[in-house]
Design a protein around this ligand. Structure first.
Ligand code: IPD
Ligand code: CA
Ligand code: CA
Length: 254
């Protein structure tokens, strides 16, 4: 199953790489900060056609068109066709395709593909996490020697103040931080030890489903900022870290 998902996601990456005239094919959803392009739709439609036959009975829960599917019951593909759409539109080349296959609310398979770097992150529950087929592990650096990633929960501006407060607390204890603009890649960066932790106050299931399995299968730790398990039924906050920094969350004012 994992190999088949990987093969389909790799093909979908060609649409991202060959995209031209992106600005003219970009539309605002709720605001200028909430964009969709014809390429998001093309990738999602491609995945919607190719993925469900791999798992008969599975529902398809995509960011752009989810047909009221419930991703927390039975088998479900949970798909972000382009995570990091703003990066994509602006030519920042930092976006990914994220696909999870979950059963009854537990993610069983996760694939995150960065077509620009040709980096394919993947994991199967209980089977470890991989980058281009090689096993990956979280880092062992404490936050004091670490770099963390954060997201600004752009679609929920009410989280601005807590986001900045948490960033300040972590920045004071760390070397530096990054705001990449693609949560799925932020999670994979923790998984392969490029960063020590990541947080965001509000993410949708398609942003975090695949990446969170990749983090845990790489030996990392994932929960909400309240210390609860992540959910596929709604938006939630996300904290992901290596083991060394697992308890840092308890020391912070969230
Ligand atoms: C967004 C990105 C961004 C994160 C937002 C997400 P999109 O996804 O992952 O980094 O801060 O919360 O919604 O809209 O580019 O698919
Ligand atoms: Ca996303
Ligand atoms: Ca998206």
């Amino acid at each position: 199953m994992l190999e088949q998902i990987i093969s389909i996601v790799r093909q979908a990456g060609e649409t991202v790489l060959s995209a031209r005239g992106i600005s003219a094919r970009t539309y605002e959803k709720s605001s200028a900060a909430d964009l969709v392009t014809e390429f998001d739709l093309a990738v999602e439609n491609f995945l919607k056609e190719k993925l469900p036959p791999l798992c008969p009975g599975a529902v398809f829960f995509g960011e752009e068109e989810s047909e009221n599917a419930d991703p927390s019951r039975g088998w479900a593909f949970i798909v972000d066709p382009i995570d990091g759409t703003t990066n994509f539109v602006r030519g920042l080349k930092q976006s990914a395709i994220s696909v999870a296959l979950a059963c009854d609310g537990a993610v069983e398979y996760g694939v995150v593909y960065d077509p620009y770097k040709d980096e394919m992150f993947s994991a199967r529950r209980g089977g470890g996490a991989f980058l281009n087929g090689r096993p990956i592990r979280v880092s062992q650096r404490p936050i004091e020697q670490g770099v963390f990633g954060m997201g600004t929960a752009i679609y929920r501006r009410e989280y601005l103040e807590p986001t900045m407060r948490l960033t300040e607390q972590l920045f004071k204890r760390s070397c530096d931080f990054r705001r990449l603009g693609a949560a799925a890649l932020d999670l994979c960066n923790v998984a392969c030890g490029r960063t020590e932790l990541f947080f965001e106050y509000s993410l949708c299931p398609w942003d975090q489903a695949a990446g969170s399995l990749i983090v845990t299968e790489a030996g990392g730790f994932v929960c909400t900022l309240e210390g609860k398990p992540l959910t596929l039924t709604d938006r939630c906050s996300v904290w992901a870290s290596n083991q060394v920094n697992k308890d840092v969350l308890k020391e912070l004012e969230v």
